[in-house]
Ligand binder design. Structure first.
Ligand code: NAD
Length: 430
């Protein structure tokens, strides 16, 4: 099939490369010329394990990128994989996806055949039907349900394991309200479903929109609950990881997302919990559980810094921050827990020296004035304390390197480092 994807960021590029690998011809449309030329020359514009290989294999061949919306005209289906960022008040800003829908609609004026437009972005229930569909219909001159169709297909991939997640989904959700978009989505996903036997959930469009928020809200709350329990454990000197290992054996709980520590960040959990809470309040409902999840999450970096304060007065001292991306495997620093940690260190007058294997340049834009080290060893050399923020394998493997510190105080936010003689070790919740 010929498929187009508007937006070539973490989601758009990953699904484009994966669809090409599943045998489709894929056109990726983005406004960023650097992204477009990277894909066409077989290079991944983002750091994501496995993506380089897929783009090297298919880029410039069955996977092409373009800044020209006209290239969607010889495709049957278009996925909108555009940002839906948070506004100051927490609500989602749909202006980018609306603008793209308008341009897509204008482009589709020239298309004689039917076209299916699928919302891949995370959007609040009713956005596809009540905001995007009318824009597409008005701009294209087509008639919804006749030669123009909309659908919602939420995405559950995680940065750091995006390719693996997309190609081995726990579920695929088709939010549709008529046969044409449902059948077209089945045709697109057929090779994936055949290969993986992933369950296909067919729902209405609003249910599909809500499933994505429910998924992320539930997982964010699960992490915050284990962090809450972990904080109580720490007060009693109880190891929260031994506790989590035991409760995770209960299949009603499961052992996934039970690692207490610094909490969640990234482009999805913070934005999505804020957006669904705002939307709930607009409907007159107080989302107390999700409020608590956010509050607990916001507190964890302060708890890490308080543990640091209990060992070292860091004013004027060199402090290593190990890990800057919001999780291992990605260069994405959006809402990374490293940001409040660095802010807290700056407020205390520390000389911050930060290290990350891939996210340094992204963090440099956020904090141009701190020092960035080329290796964890260089960050630790002569430091008075080290804060473990992201559990990259090379950070988790550190051991003798702590011996070069001025004072070997290690405050671990991710249960990454082994406690041993010769270092002053504090785990955030253990
Ligand atoms: P992103 O910021 O990484 O990428 C968006 C891309 O859209 C950028 O390359 C940008 O240049 C491009 N763009 C902006 N305006 C455009 C326009 N008018 N026309 C064409 N291209 C345009 O975003 P993302 O992380 O891929 O997220 C996209 C959506 O998917 C969001 O709604 C997000 O919530 C959702 N989502 C993200 C993830 C994730 O892990 N990142 C997972 C699931 C769902």
């Amino acid at each position: 099939m010929r498929i187009s994807i508007i937006g070539s960021g973490y989601v758009g590029t990953t699904i484009a490369a994966c669809f090409a690998d599943l045998g489709h011809e894929v056109v990726n449309v983005d406004i960023d010329e650097e992204i477009v030329s990277a894909i066409n020359s077989g290079e991944s514009p983002i750091h994501e394990p496995g993506l380089d290989d897929l783009i090297a294999t298919h880029g410039g061949d069955t996977l092409t990128a373009t800044t020209a919306y006209d290239d969607v005209l010889d495709t049957e289906i278009t996925f909108l994989a555009l940002p839906t960022p948070s506004r100051e008040d927490g609500s989602i800003d749909t202006s980018i996806i609306e603008a793209a829908a308008e341009t897509l609609g204008e482009t589709l004026q020239e298309k004689i055949d039917d076209h299916v437009v699928v919302t891949k972005s995370t959007v609040i229930p009713t956005t596809t039907n009540e905001t995007l569909a009318p824009i597409l219909e008005a701009a294209s001159g087509k008639t919804l349900g006749d030669d123009l169709h909309v659908a919602m297909n939420p995405e559950f991939l995680r940065e750091g394991t995006a390719v693996e997640d997309f190609l081995n989904p726990d579920k695929v959700v088709f939010g549709t309200e008529s046969d044409t978009p449902r059948e077209t989505l089945h045709a697109v996903f057929e090779p994936l479903i055949e290969e993986t036997s992933a369950p296909v959930v067919e729902t209405g469009i609003e249910e599909a929109e809500m499933i994505k928020y429910a998924n992320n809200g539930f997982l964010a709350a699960k992490v915050s609950l284990i962090n809450d329990i972990g904080n109580i454990c720490k007060e009693y000197g109880v190891d929260a990881y031994e506790v989590a290992d035991a409760i995770g054996l209960d299949d009603r709980i499961s052992d996934r997302f039970l690692r207490s520590g610094l909490g969640w960040g990234g482009s999805c959990f913070p934005k999505d919990t804020a957006a669904i809470k705002f939307a709930a309040r607009q409907q007159g409902y107080e989302p107390s559980m999700l409020d608590a999840a956010t509050e607990i999450n916001d507190r964890q970096p302060d708890r890490l810094l308080s543990l640091l304060d209990s060992h070292v007065d860091v004013a004027g001292k060199r402090v290593a921050v190990l890990g800057l991306s919001f999780k291992p495997g990605t260069d994405d620093i959006r809402n990374s827990r490293a940001i409040p940690v660095i802010e807290g260190l700056n407020e205390r007058g520390a000389n911050v020296v930060a290290y990350d294997p891939v996210a340094t340049e992204n963090m440099r834009e956020r904090f141009p004035d701190i020092e960035y080290a080329d290796s964890p060893e260089a960050a630790l050399d002569d430091a008075s304390a080290a804060l473990v923020v992201t559990d990259w394998p090379e950070i988790a493997d550190l051991d003798d390197e702590f011996d070069t510190m001025a004072t070997p105080v290690v405050i671990d936010g991710r249960h990454a480092i082994d406690r041993r003689d010769g270092i002053v070790y504090e785990g955030l919740t253990w």
